[in-house]
Each structure stands twice: as structure tokens, then as C-alpha cells.
Design a protein around this ligand. Structure first.
Ligand code: ADP
Ligand code: MG
Length: 252
């Protein structure tokens, strides 16, 4: 099957540090693809190369046949790629509803300005869509709250609603359960499973093995900028190289 996202020979240096070294990756449509690896392996750097925050020194990233190299983040977003970063990026002083309406307009119009947006926020159809997305992630009751007042887990859910309102084809998640308590993590796993079941392709960076093995169809393991192993969860679990590099020899 043709890949939805194809990464070929991507290299990225920060000064003397090789953060990504000849990375190749094929993401198949309709799958959940996890990228795991120890801290500093290059996972976030790789994700940033998918969304236009970083440009690889060498190599290509292609989404549905479009090269993403040198496209601006909003252009990549308009092609159908939405992302949740490692550090929550929400509008803390705005309500949840406003937070979800902003990415809707940003995707539709390719750019966003608060002045242009305010008069449009009254549109009932958009408001309705935003309410629906908040209900979808379990935040329907809280739509009028200010985003800063949410718990960490709820902020993550809000970010997901902000992605889903854009109806992405590809959803990129950088450590979606970071800092969550177990109950919140389990809720997030269920939510991500529901999203995956709708056919949205997902790339999930995650350090929590419980999350990875609950969700992933395929796993790529990064270490020091290299993809050292790739395969189905059961193959990865038993791979001695992965156990060695990723967990210092401990069982996954
Ligand atoms: P991971 O997400 O797997 O923990 P990162 O992609 O964040 O790893 O980082 C990979 C390596 O690149 C690390 O050694 C990190 O310190 C370095 N790095 C990441 N971003 C930058 C940057 N903007 N400038 C310099 N070094 C960076
Ligand atoms: Mg990271």
C-alpha cells in the first residue's frame, strides 16, 4: 500500500550533534505508528521535520505525494496534517470553545489573526462544530471554562479537540500521556483508539510502553538519531537490540 507519509534519508545536525542520521520511515494510511526511543534519541526533532518547524539538512519528507520540505507549518497543516506537541500549546486565557474554533479558522483560511477571528466566532455552525469536538473528547460540560484552569490531562484532551476540528488525515502526537496519572492515561488510550477507528492515521511518540503496546500497529525505535529497529509490537518487544538500547537490557 502507498504510504501516506514517506521519510527518506533524513539527516539533521545541531552544530556538532547529529540528531537524525539517515532516517527512513514509511507510514501506512489508516495505521497507528509509534516512534519510541530514549530521551534525546531525536523523536521530537523528527516530528518537527514533519510539520515545518525544522528543515532537514538532507533528505525528503513526502505527504500524499507533496514534498513538505520548506513548506511553512500552516501550509502543511492545510494539506491535512495536525499535531499535538510535547509541551501543550493552548490559548490559556481563552475559553475551551474559543480554543477549538481558532484552529478551525486557521485551517480554513491558512492564517489566523485575532481581529479577523472575533466577528466570525459568532457563527453558529462553527460554534456547533467546536462544541461537538469538545463533547467528543469528554470536555463538553467545560466548554465555557478558561483553558488555563484545566488539569494537565484535560489540557491534552483540549489539544486533541483542537486537532480533530481540523479533520486531519494525519495526526501527530508527541508524548500524549506525558505527566498523566494512570487513570488519565487509560482514558487517553481509549480516546486515541476511537480516533484511530475513524481511519485517521496517527504517528505517536511515546515513552510509556503500556500506551505504545495498546495502540500501535507498527513501531519504529530511534536511538541516537538512527532507526535501530522497526516492526509489529510483538517483534519489537522481543528484539534484543531494542531491549539493550532502549531499556539497558531490561524487559519491555
Ligand atoms: P527526543 O524527543 O527523542 O527526546 P530530541 O529530538 O528532542 O529528542 O533531541 C535530540 C537531540 O538533539 C538531543 O541531544 C537534543 O539535546 C538535541 N536538540 C534538539 N533540539 C535542538 C536544538 N534546537 N538545538 C540544539 N540541539 C537540539
Ligand atoms: Mg521529545
Amino acid at each position: 500500500m502507498a504510504s501516506i507519509l514517506s521519510v527518506q534519508n533524513v539527516n539533521k545536525r545541531f552544530g556538532g550533534l547529529k540528531a537524525l542520521d539517515e532516517v527512513n520511515l514509511e507510514i501506512e494510511p489508516g495505521t497507528v505508528h509509534a516512534i519510541i526511543g530514549p530521551n534525546g534519541a531525536g523523536k521530537s526533532t523528527l516530528l518537527n521535520c514533519f510539520v515545518g518547524r525544522l528543515t532537514p539538512d538532507v533528505g525528503t519528507v513526502t505527504f500524499e505525494g507533496h514534498s513538505l520540505i520548506r513548506l511553512a507549518p500552516h501550509e502543511i497543516n492545510q494539506l491535512g496534517v495536525s499535531r499535538v506537541f510535547q509541551t501543550p500549546e493552548i490559548f490559556g486565557d481563552l475559553t475551551l470553545l474559543e480554543n477549538v474554533m481558532i484552529p478551525y479558522f486557521a485551517k480554513r483560511d491558512g492564517a489566523f489573526s485575532l481581529n479577523a477571528w472575533k466577528p466570525m466566532a459568532g457563527q453558529n455552525d462553527v460554534r456547533g462544530k467546536a462544541e461537538e469536538m469538545l463533547a467528543d473528547v469528554g470536555l463538553g460540560e467545560k466548554h465555557a471554562m478558561v483553558a488555563n484552569s484545566l488539569s494537565r490531562g484535560d489540557k491534552r484532551r483540549l489539544e486533541l479537540a483542537m486537532c480533530l476540528v481540523q479533520q486531519p488525515k494525519l495526526l501527530l502526537l508527541d508524548e500524549p500521556t506525558a505527566g498523566m496519572a494512570r487513570a488519565d492515561t487509560n482514558n487517553t488510550i481509549d480516546l486515541l483508539k476511537t480516533i484511530a477507528s475513524r481511519g485517521i492515521t496517527m504517528v505517536v511518540i511515546e515513552h510509556d510502553m503500556h500506551v505504545v503496546f495498546s495502540l500501535a500497529d507498527k513501531i519504529s525505535v530511534l536511538a541516537q538519531g538512527y532507526v535501530i529497529a522497526e516492526g509489529a509490537p510483538n517483534d519489537i518487544k522481543g528484539d534484543p537490540r531494542v531491549q539493550e538500547v532502549y531499556l539497558g537490557g531490561a524487559e519491555i
